[in-house]
Design a protein around this ligand. Structure first.
Ligand code: BES
Ligand code: ZN
Length: 879
């Protein structure tokens, strides 16, 4: 088979599921002894930041052995023995902890025969401050006292930091947890509390019900000065929100969304909620956004606790999506679980897809699938790079699993699931999901199990279609031509790439030859009558016959396909003239987004792009404007001086009429999206447009809002960013103070993030210095630095700071956040700065995100090339 032919055929799925006695992968445990049930007691000492534990694991010995291998890391093991059901005790001759492979090996003084045994372990550990395993989180209460919480984050492979266990997703077991805590502290875990007993040393032992059979990464325990809302009964499931003392007034919205989602998913999946209660828990220090521990879901405060009166639509939508996402996992992920971490993409992609469905059902007026356009674009943007990867990707070590936490897993994954759903029809697709969950509940699966279930439900070649999207990186651009004197629409596919990206050597030629099975949905207009057609474009091209002369053809109806479209010039012109009347917002969004991608691919000039968006003056949709404004911001980075002033002028001329149409303040019957659009236009005018009147107004609005006048939240949030862009040292001080005293998590984050936007080297140095002190939580600091990197004029200072403090940063910040922080390097455009970025990463690694780092670097190259191409040409076109 030629290389090219080999590329046409998706590779076989990588299945590292060796359940053999001695797997070749050192990160996989032998299956000679496997767990069935953990009876786990933990005693955290919050003052000392330590814990002790004992665990009786009921195990099945499958093959006679004197060796037991399980996972443990950073634990002290005090006592081990194995006890048979008849009371036989085997004692260890050797207990060895290997910190490299994170394993505990126990060699016994005799052979354990096949059958059921109890492994007894006593151990100790430290409540760390790395936001993983069993860790310490702190907050200052209303009286100014520091309070401590002990909490957990186990996914992907950190349960082993809290108790010795078989820490692989397919080794499911029942967990019976007891927490021994100071009276007065809240204690939460995955299931309902069933018993409280006082201990001799004045503590309480809180016992929780047995969980269902589940994976170790879903176990959670939380102890601390938390309060809990009264339970809300949701069709028999008690739902509560737990929060740091004093924030009870911010819990109502989460309860409403939680209740909605529990009902929505039970109905969609056709299976009752698998837990016995559900707590949504706000944690002050949290490495991720949220985590789907069964029955005990943990969140960053900003993603759970809101005051609906003070929040913007995107902030509220985000809270809704995150709750929906984690609750979607209670079934998809928790009840049915991937066999190994190569399947994490499906877990996350599917939950992201469901998060959109549920949020769309909860607030149809938010038009979630239109906003999803922006998420899809982010995925297309990375997937256009040579350094992209297939969505499903081999995972050998825990570090590999961490590297899967990216836009390809979440956004591309969700987008291709949506593409499939829309192609098959929502109901057929849902039937497939129901089949899959019912068939595999309490067990583990491969990706193909899902495709097979949907294939059965639909009768379509689901596996073939999906394999082409999952096992090969990249995506196609579909070219649309009219041939046979207008009698045929010809669709041709080719791999899409940015300028200079594909082409040249043989390897690249082969990449170009990648083909997908593209489920194309297209709209054909004949005599102003629209018909929607479906075709599967599998080879190089496919012809769609048309009976009469067409007015226009739109490929990628409703924008649900994960591909770009390139029209022949006449077809594009025909489409563009009808965009405002015949296309939906997401379809107009697609025109702009594909055009901007064409600029990056050197198939359209910046000047042509600016002309195109000039024709969007009458645009009314939030997402379309966001896409246009994003591109205008990128154009603004290409030029300086007089041409930049001209661009600013054109930005103002484009955006002002749109803002004026909306009026200065929300109308009574206005939609949430229009309310947000006002903020978005206002902010863009005050920043990219450099409109001084907007600056003045922002200052007036914020002052009014501080005086207690009711100012719309979107305008308040926009004003903060407008002020930061041109702000003084005094305004910086004011923002620092407001950040520290913010009444809600969202406002706290708005002020903190805006600090990175001030255009002043000294203020930038202040932000940078702050980012590695206790003034900024380590959960937020990486994202503050990311924003600092993208500061147009001061970003290079942030870059030099990160280089300088590289070790401190790596020690201090959560490991998953390092590569996310580095996303900001994509805009280090000045060639002399860009070269220091490339040089630095020649000698510095981010092993837990090496692929993602390579993508940031390549994306930087694309930007540098764009600037080299366009700086002069674009400047000339403006003056
Ligand atoms: N399970 C993930 C969190 C996770 C993923 C932890 C991989 C460790 C490794 C959780 O369901 C999740 O996806 N959280 C997101 C928020 C979500 C709404 C997109 C996050 O933390 O960003
Ligand atoms: Zn998730």
């Amino acid at each position: 088979m030629s290389d090219r032919a080999a590329l046409l055929k998706p590779p076989e799925p990588f299945v590292p599921n060796e359940t053999t006695e001695t797997p070749a992968n050192p990160h996989r445990l032998p299956r000679t002894v496997i767990p069935v049930r953990y009876d786990l007691t933990l005693r955290p000492d919050l003052d000392e930041a330590t814990f002790t534990g004992n665990c009786t694991t009921t195990v099945e010995v499958l093959t006679a052995t004197n060796t037991i291998v399980l996972n443990a890391v950073d634990l002290e093991i005090d006592e081990v023995h194995l006890e048979g059901l008849d009371g036989t005790r085997l004692h260890p001759e050797l207990v060895a902890l290997d910190s490299e492979t994170e394993r505990l090996t126990i060699e016994l003084d005799a052979i354990a025969e096949p059958g059921t045994w109890h492994l007894q372990l006593h151990f100790r550990g430290v409540l760390n401050d790395k936001l993983k395993g069993f860790y310490r989180s702190t907050f200052t209460d209303g009286d100014g006292n520091e309070q401590v919480i002990a909490t957990t984050q186990f996914e992907a492979t950190d349960a082993r930091r809290a108790f010795p266990c078989w820490d692989e997703p397919d080794l499911k077991a029942v967990f019976a947890v007891t927490l021994v805590v100071d009276p007065g502290l809240a204690a939460l875990s995955n299931s309902a509390e069933i018993e409280r007993t006082e201990t001799d040393d004045g503590k309480v032992a809180v016992r929780f019900a047995d969980t269902m059979k589940m994976s170790t990464y879903l176990v959670a325990f939380i102890v601390g000065p938390l309060e809990v809302t009264a339970p809300m009964d949701v069709d028999g499931t008690p739902l509560r929100v737990a929060y740091p003392k004093g924030k009870g007034h911010l819990t109502g919205y989460a309860l409403e969304v939680g209740a909605f989602c529990l009902r929505y998913f039970a109905d969609y999946y056709g299976i009752a909620y698998p837990g016995d209660k559900l707590d949504l828990v706000a944690i002050p220090d949290f490495a991720f956004g949220a985590m789907e521990n069964l029955g005990c879901v943990t969140f960053r405060e900003v993603l759970l606790l809101v005051d609906p009166e003070r929040v913007t639509q995107p902030e509220l939508a985000r809270v809704t999506e995150v709750i929906a996402h984690e609750l979607a996992h209670m079934w998809f992920g928790d009840l049915v679980t991937m066999r190994w971490w190569n399947g994490i993409w499906l877990n996350e992609a599917f939950a992201t897809f469901m998060e959109m469905l549920a949020t769309d059902a909860f607030r149809p007026e938010w038009e979630q699938w239109t906003s999803f356009g922006l998420a899809r674009s982010a995925a297309l943007d990375v997937d256009a790079l040579r350094s992209t990867r297939p969505v499903e990707y081999p995972v050998v070590s825990p570090e590999d699993a961490e590297g899967m936490f990216d836009v390809l897993t979440y956004e591309k994954g969700a987008a291709v699931v949506r593409m499939l759903e829309q192609y098959l029809g929502a109901e057929v697709f849902r039937d497939g999901i129901r089949r899959y969950l019912a068939r595999h509940q309490f067990t583990n699966t491969e990706t193909t199990d899902l495709w097979d279930a949907i294939e059965e439900a639909s009768g379509e070649p689901v596996r073939r279609i999906m394999d082409s999207w999952i096992f090969q990186g990249g995506f196609p651009v579909v070219e649309v031509d009219l041939v046979d004197d207008g009698g045929t629409i010809r669709l041709t596919q080719e791999r899409f790439g940015y300028a200079g990206d594909l082409g040249g050597d043989d390897e690249l030629e082969a990449l170009r030859g990648t083909r997908w099975a593209i489920p194309v949905i297209l709209t054909i207009s004949i005599n102003e009558v629209l018909t929607v057609e479906r075709v599967l474009l599998e080879g190089d091209s496919v012809d769609v016959p048309v009976v009469e002369e067409i007015d226009f053809v739109l490929v990628n109806t409703e924008g649900t396909g994960f591909y770009r479209v390139r029209y022949a010039p006449d077809l594009l012109a025909a489409l563009a003239t009808r965009a405002a009347t015949a296309l939906s917002p997401i379809e107009r969004y697609g025109l702009v987004d594909d055009a901007w991608a064409a600029v990056l691919a050197d198939q359209m000039t910046a000047a042509q792009f600016l002309d195109l968006v000039g024709s969007f003056a009458a645009e009314t949709d939030l997402s379309v404007w966001q896409r246009i404004i994003g591109a205008l911001g990128a154009l603004d980075r290409l030029i300086d001086g007089e041409p930049r002033e001209v661009l600013r002028e054109r930005v103002r001329a484009l955006l002002h009429p749109a803002l004026d149409r909306l009026g200065p303040a929300p109308a009574a019957d206005e939609t949430d999206r229009d309310r947000q659009l006002r903020g978005v236009l206002f902010e863009a005018l005050g920043t990219i447009g450099n409109d001084h009147n907007v600056g003045d107004r922002a200052r007036a609005l914020l002052a009014e809002s501080h005086r207690g006048t009711d100012v719309d939240a979107s305008l308040v949030a926009a004003s903060i960013n407008v002020i930061a862009a041109t702000g003084s040292a005094a305004e910086f001080e004011d923002f620092v103070a407001r950040f520290a005293a913010a009444p809600t998590p969202q406002e706290e984050l708005r002020y903190l993030s805006a600090l990175a936007d001030f255009d002043d080297p000294e203020l930038m140095q202040r932000v940078l210095a702050m980012s590695i002190t206790d003034q900024v939580r380590t959960q937020n600091a990486p994202y503050l630095l990311r924003r600092a990197l993208s500061n147009r004029n001061q970003g290079s200072l942030a870059w030099f700071f990160i280089q300088d403090k590289w070790e401190t940063i790596n020690e201090r910040f959560p490991s998953n956040s390092i590569v996310r922080m580095l996303e900001g390097i994509r805009t280090m455009l000045a060639p002399e700065v860009a070269s220091t970025v490339f040089a630095f990463f020649e000698t510095h690694e981010v092993p837990q995100g090496d692929k993602i780092l390579a993508q940031h670097l390549e994306r930087l190259e694309v930007n540098v090339a764009l600037r080299a191409r366009e700086a002069e040409r674009f400047a000339r076109s403006l003056t």
